[in-house]
Design a protein around this ligand. Structure first.
Ligand code: TYD
Ligand code: MG
Length: 453
């Protein structure tokens, strides 16, 4: 190991933690072989002075009630699904990080969004040439004069150009390609990513510019660079969905100005991303007649109820350690549900492979999926279909109780709207007056569920 000079520190590539000497394991996060030598720029030592120069005025202490609360003015982008994920439009001075696999549509979505921006937009590309970006824009039908283009990767240069151009919205595609002259490390290194992002955040707040940062995702699915990036920005949006499918789901995993887990659903066409007006329809695979192992649930991601199909396959295992595979939901929930089934319903699946899939590439992160998974497993295990006009939702507790989830009536109305006639839900979730056209069965314990089906 090279002995570091006076201005050298060792920084963890995983958590961004710093240490004055090299060691095999990061003292902060415990990751192995992640410490990399980086130059500690002299300026980094004086954050206070730098913040002052950016804020422009001495803020001092003020009463909460005296603070002018007109900061959160929103402007719509004109793409309904994106506005929805952002919590109702763009907030001036906010910074939004957009992550996702390569080729999933980040640049496409942002170029389309820029066309709808009210005011001046600046698209900074560090990955593609001006001609490439212009070609895509033409293909997407972006022909407004409001969108300007800059191909540059030097942060200070970008900030200088932006300071004279004064865009209302700026896109940085991508943050991993930028480098600051203050640091000696290569673009994409943790130090660079963090430093560049910090400068851009400060620029956004000082000028009231909305800044979109495109971030690459590593093979493990985390945003490349330190997690600190997620803490620095106001909103983090992730592209979900696989490349095989036409559909792209944008999920807000953090939003200081809106609901988290809000979903925006798009389909990729040859003219770019198109909004999907009725997402419930695409996540439902309608079968001709009822099939075993398939259950429809109403989930609620963000502020919108969504109908999705949950499928399970229970099959005799050929290996000593039967497989438990989940797609679209948390793996641990399946293990818990199988244990509950065994303990409270006497159904042993110890010698069976169990596969559970949420159709359509959507991911369900709420506990309301429990009852649907449980019924899908039961249905597959007994090889008996459930009524195909039935929806379910509800959380399953460790003692076998069926617990209510949020916004029950709203979910039931969504199901009724899509032509479902029966519902099996937790007792506390059924509205007193019922829901028109829906026969609602309420349950409080797993035993009642088994009796009912
Ligand atoms: P892109 O936005 O370049 O992805 P990212 O910036 O996330 O890496 O999207 C590229 C993919 O989208 C590519 O596989 C081609 C496809 N695509 C279309 O299908 N239609 C279009 O109109 C455009 C612009 C791209
Ligand atoms: Mg791109």
């Amino acid at each position: 190991m090279a002995r570091g000079g006076r201005n050298t520190i060792y920084q963890c590539q995983s958590c961004g933690g710093q240490s004055s000497k090299w060691s095999g394991q990061c003292p902060d996060c415990g990751a192995w072989n992640t410490l990399v030598e980086t130059v500690a720029a002299a300026q980094v030592g004086k954050p206070v002075a730098r913040f002052k120069s950016y804020s422009g005025e001495n803020s001092g202490i003020v009463r909460l009630t005296e603070v002018k609360a007109d900061v959160e003015t929103r402007s719509s982008i004109g793409i309904g699904e994106l506005d929805r994920v952002l919590g109702g439009g763009l907030v001036a001075g906010s910074v939004i990080l957009i992550g996702g696999d390569p080729g999933i549509g980040k640049s496409t979505l942002l170029m389309q969004a820029m066309a709808g921006v009210q005011g001046k937009a600046l698209y900074v590309s560090g990955e593609e040439s001006a001609a490439q970006v212009a070609m895509r824009a033409r293909r997407l039908g972006v022909t407004t004069d409001n969108v300007a283009l800059l191909t540059e990767t030097h942060l200070e240069q970008i900030l200088a150009e932006a300071a004279t151009f004064r865009p209302d919205v700026m896109v940085i595609d991508s943050i991993q390609t930028l480098y600051s002259g203050e640091l000696a490390s290569a673009p994409g290194a943790v130090g660079q990513v963090r430093e560049c992002a910090a400068h851009l955040v400060r620029y956004a707040k000082a000028h009231g510019t909305t800044v979109f940062l495109v971030g690459h995702v590593t093979k493990e699915g985390a945003l490349a660079g330190p997690r600190v990036l997620e803490h620095m920005v106001d909103a983090v949006l992730y592209f979900e969905g696989d490349h095989g499918s036409r559909y792209r789901v944008v999920r807000a995993v953090k939003n200081r100005y809106g609901e988290v887990n809000e979903l925006g659903v798009f389909s990729m066409t040859d003219q770019g991303l198109r909004e999907v007006a009725n997402p419930s329809a695409i996540f439902l695979a309608r079968h001709e007649k009822p099939v075993p192992g398939s259950v429809v649930m109403v989930t609620r991601e963000g502020t919108r109820p969504l109908l999705v199909e949950v499928q399970a396959l229970v099959d005799e295992s050929q290996i000593a350690n039967p497989r438990r595979v989940t797609v679209g939901l948390e793996h641990n929930r399946l293990a818990i549900l199988l244990a509950v089934l065994h303990r409270h319903a006497g159904i042993a699946t110890g010698d069976q492979d169990v596969f559970v899939n949420v159709v359509g590439g959507v991911r369900v992160s709420e506990t309301g999926i429990d009852l649907a998974v449980l019924l899908a497993i039961l249905s597959s295990w007994r090889n008996r279909p459930l009524p195909h006009d039935m929806v379910v939702f509800g959380e399953v507790g460790l003692t076998g109780e069926i617990r209510p989830v949020q916004n029950g009536p709203e979910r039931l109305r969504e199901a009724s709207k899509h032509g479902f006639r029966r519902a099996l839900v937790p007792q506390a979730n059924a509205p007193r007056g019922g829901v028109e056209g829906l026969e609602i069965t309420t349950v409080t314990h797993l035993k009642q569920v088994l009796d009912h089906i």
